[in-house]
Design a protein around this ligand. Structure first.
Ligand code: 5AD
Ligand code: SF4
Length: 471
């Protein structure tokens, strides 16, 4: 049994991990043919991509996937810790599974993802959720096949979580959920330690993949006909710092942009690490999409400082404006937290003002959620939840207004859309524009999923655009 420890998770030192190749234990290959698994994913793109690895690992064991958990022999929850409500959702699901397990005694239940890295969660699972058969952490996901095998063979609960990152494992199998858009991890972990955020504890320190490994993966995707890659990391802009003297995200993006891939995206970018060279490269290459996610979190200098964000409102705005100018159709999205401990009406108004200045194309807005073990958890908080909810509502009204305003500017213009399918509700094709806007469109001909088509925008809504395909 290996239980997570936050003290250790927090520690950072020089590079002490190895790059190793994934090896599948041949003894358990196809051992569970005819057995079925159900996998539920919570949270961010990183988790979605991890689930693509989990699916492949289970398929190597012989399992096949089912979409109803009642039909499964193994249920795995790939969890998220970022806010309390993600937590509650996973525990709610565990409640339903407990009921199922009382009728289906052989059912195997496993937890992985960020919640598996949390001290208090694992303690609760050991003490109160004894029906959970195994817990595997984010740092040792590659061990899942053997841990699951052991959980099936042995009665006792298997808790295998490393508090700290060990090896950087390359070559894990993957079953991609999409045949034209792919996620590619470039860096794991985060060293920023924003005071509200649990990620540096659950995902460990910043570890970049070797550029050769990334470029090889992208070559493979191009060969398989992929049209879009999204480079993933908690903070992609820190790419390379732990590995190279002078090879950064700007260099990596440029190397990828020179390849024959129509669309390149990357996320998430911390404003602190966003260099002029990056902006230059984004501006230079057509296949780097005009869409940047640049979380601001707050528009108040006082709150930004309490959040440990390392930039002022003024510095953020300067960067924002530089990025905006990199391409004519640049769309910038953001994340904003309201109700951070100590946030006064004045601070909140600063956030509203900043939003009015930036006129974001998209924004993800959240009420601050206390995460155990983070510094902000201990800060005094006098604002009631009601007041925070009211602030969130006011903020959403403003951000929504700009989404619509920006979308309206596209009416009458032509955009390029990567077709994803036919939306059942509207009986129209749908896909995403280069600016990452959802576009529903009609066409007189049959459009293949995965193809990039020109669409004239005919009307705009807050969260989507309507249009028609043009030759
Ligand atoms: N409470 C609310 N929102 C949070 N985020 C991260 N931690 C918290 C928290 N404790 C938000 C930030 C981040 C996004 C992924 O989630 O806005 O950018
Ligand atoms: Fe969390 Fe800040 Fe790291 Fe983003 S940059 S993952 S908000 S600590």
């Amino acid at each position: 049994m290996n239980i997570p420890n936050y003290g250790e998770a927090k520690s950072r030192d020089k590079r002490d991990y190895k790059r190793v190749d994934f090896i599948f234990d041949k003894k358990i290959k196809d051992k569970y043919k005819n057995k079925k698994f159900f996998l539920k994913t919570y949270g961010c793109q990183m988790n979605e991509h991890d689930s693509e690895n989990i699916e492949a690992l289970l398929c190597s064991l012989g399992f096949s996937k089912v979409s109803d958990y009642n039909d499964a022999d193994v249920i795995i929850l790939n969890t998220c810790s970022i806010r309390e409500n993600a937590h509650n959702k996973a525990f709610g699901m565990l409640g339903r599974i407990k009921h199922l397990k009382s009728i289906k005694k052989d059912l195997i239940v496993g937890i992985c993802g960020c919640m598996a890295q949390e001290e208090s969660v694992v303690e609760e699972i050991v003490n109160k959720y004894k029906f959970v058969n195994f817990v595997v952490g984010t740092h040792n996901l590659y061990q899942l096949p053997n841990i699951l095998d052991k959980a099936i063979l042995e009665e006792r609960q298997q808790i295998e979580v490393f508090s700290r990152e060990k090896d950087l494992v390359e070559g894990m199998p993957v079953v991609r959920s999409n045949s034209y858009k792919a996620y590619v991890n470039i860096i794991y972990g985060c060293d920023k330690f924003c005071t509200y955020c649990i990620v540096p504890y659950t995902r460990g320190k910043e570890r970049s993949r070797l550029k050769e490994d990334i470029l090889k993966e992208i070559d493979g995707l191009i060969k398989d006909g992929y049209k879009e890659v999204t480079l993933l990391g908690q903070n992609v802009n820190a790419y390379g710092k732990d590995l190279y003297e002078d090879y950064t995200l700007a260099n990596l993006l440029e190397d990828i942009a020179k390849k024959d891939i129509p669309r390149i995206r990357f996320m998430t970018s911390h404003p602190w690490d966003f260099t002029d060279k990056m902006i230059e490269v984004i501006g230079k290459y057509k296949n780097i999409m005009p869409s940047v996610h640049l979380p601001v979190q707050s528009g108040s200098d006082r709150i930004l400082k309490l959040m440990g964000r390392r930039y002022t409102r003024g510095e953020y705005l300067e960067l924002f404006n530089k990025i905006k100018k990199a391409k004519p159709n640049m769309a910038i999205s953001t994340d904003i937290i309201v109700g951070f401990p100590g946030e006064e009406e004045e601070d909140f108004k600063d956030t509203l003002d900043l939003v009015k200045e930036c006129k974001y194309d998209n924004a993800f807005t959240f009420i601050f959620s206390k995460r155990e073990g983070t510094p902000a958890c201990k800060l005094k908080d006098n604002t009631s939840l009601e007041e925070k909810e009211e602030r969130l509502q006011r903020l959403n009204n403003v951000v929504n207004k700009y989404f619509l305003e920006n979308n309206k500017k596209l009416v009458g213009k032509e955009v390029l859309v990567l077709t994803e399918g036919i939306s059942e509700k509207k009986n129209m094709y749908f896909g995403y524009s280069e600016e990452n806007k959802l576009v529903n469109f009609s066409s007189l001909k049959d459009i293949e999923v995965g193809s990039i088509v020109k669409v004239e925008i005919t009307s705009a809504k807050t969260w989507s655009l309507d249009g028609k395909e043009v030759e």
